[in-house]
Design a binder for this molecule. Structure first.
Ligand code: FAD
Ligand code: NAP
Length: 338
């Protein structure tokens, strides 16, 4: 297993922040994981990392950073309409989506081009363009850090919610997700085209009966036209979650701001668009030192080069305050802040 001391994490987080890890471990297989457990690393201060695309490092990490790099994508079982596949936690999520599409397996095509790893995908039940991981998730196998034993979690045991799972709540920091299984369709794929610009892009191409590969291509095209590429401009995607508020409060907001976008959420609640709220406070495209809110999507905070994590965090706090003052809504970070 590779081990480094006092090592820069700049290539291990998509904000490109220069924080250092006192110890950095690259875990490639189960033996590595068990060896770290035997050394007592999980009983010390540590941080599990996949692709580092949903984190903000505000300072050096004076503990052990453990990067998951196990690999493997395989078919577990198949019947007439469905296939069960398994992705190792360290696999890049987008390569898993592409692999599924090459096999003509449907269900995760709308989740194309989301950065990060397969292991992190269930953490916040990643979602985009009307589809979430929970829609095709089957089960996962995770390593219990305290006991050193593996356990299988069913769909219901993961307690998925909107950008939530049990691993961000009751079982926060208790498990390392090691392998994730999905049930994907092999025929009669159910397409989700109603969301955002997918239909428009397909129509522009003259595609009236799209296949799953064409849906993924449309999603990739939309994402590339709108979202900053972390390889060019450091970012961690949406910095805040879309707030979900009570219907009464949403009605009050709608009376005061008639053009405010609102979407029905679970339990009769209402989802607001955090990006719109931030934009209305004048932050869209604003540059503060080397940081800023992106010019095409204000919800994405960026590092234009040379910013520190604490500068980005200060920008986030300022944005939170102005949204609270203008709308009475408290934005919560979606990004994990360390
Ligand atoms: P990391 O950032 O490495 O980790 C995130 C958190 O999960 C950390 O707390 C970490 O400790 C923990 N963790 C990571 N792996 C494991 C594991 N195997 N076991 C236990 N804990 C673990 N998200 C969406 O939902 N939808 C989108 O459309 C989307 N678009 C994005 C676009 C861009 C340009 C960027 C930069 C990000 C986007 N994201 C999106 C956010 C991010 O890509 C996802 O949350 C992704 O799943 C994070 O994966 P990661 O491997 O990079 O996780
Ligand atoms: P968008 O299409 O401009 O929409 C803005 C917001 O409105 C989104 O956050 C979305 O909520 C909501 N929305 C739009 N149409 C909706 C509908 N028909 N039903 C319910 N909610 C709707 O958003 P965008 O920034 O370009 O992103 C497109 C998709 O990629 C979104 O699904 C977004 O979540 C995802 N994305 C996520 C991240 C991340 O880091 N989490 C980063 C980039 C993009 P939802 O977010 O709930 O879909």
């Amino acid at each position: 297993m590779q081990h480094f001391t006092n090592h820069s994490l700049s290539t291990y987080n998509t904000f490109g922040l220069p924080a250092k890890a006192q110890n950095l471990w690259l875990v490639a297989n189960e033996d590595d994981l068990l060896a770290l457990h035997a050394k007592g690393i999980f009983a010390q201060k540590h941080l599990i990392l996949g692709g580092g695309s949903n984190i903000l490092l505000t300072r050096d990490f004076d503990g052990h950073v453990v990067v998951l790099q196990n690999s493997g994508k395989r078919i577990i079982g198949q019947d007439e309409n469905e296939v069960e596949v398994q992705f190792a936690a360290g696999e890049r999520w987008h390569t898993c989506v592409m692999w599924a599409l090459q096999h003509n397996f449907g269900g995760i095509e709308n989740l194309a081009l989301i950065p990060g790893t397969a292991g992190a995908a269930p953490m916040q039940n990643i979602g985009a363009y009307g589809v979430e991981v929970k829609d095709s998730f089957k089960q996962l196998r995770a390593f219990h850090k305290a006991s050193g034993e593996f356990r299988t979690f069913s769909h219901s045991q993961c307690a998925f919610g909107y950008r939530e799972s049990v691993f961000k709540n009751e079982l926060k920091d208790a498990y390392i997700i090691w392998e994730v299984n999905f049930a994907l369709s092999t025929q009669n794929h159910k397409l989700h085209l109603a969301y955002g610009a997918i239909n428009t892009v397909l129509q522009q191409k003259g595609i009236t009966a799209p296949n799953i590969q064409q849906v993924a291509e449309a999603v990739i095209e939309i994402r590339q036209s709108k979202l900053p590429d972390p390889a060019k401009i450091g970012n961690s995607g949406s910095f805040f979650k879309n707030p979900v508020v009570d219907a009464d409060f949403a009605e009050k907001l709608k009376r005061e701001h008639t053009d405010m976008p609102m979407y029905a959420a679970e339990d009769g609640k209402v989802k607001l668009a955090a990006g719109w709220l931030i934009e209305q406070c004048g932050w869209k495209g604003k540059v503060v030192g080397a940081t800023g809110a992106h010019k095409q999507q204000a919800l994405v905070l960026v590092n234009y080069g040379g910013a520190t994590g604490s500068e980005i965090w200060q920008l986030a706090i300022n944005i939170q305050q102005s949204v609270k003052e203008k709308f009475g809504v408290q934005l919560q970070p979606e990004v994990n802040v360390y």
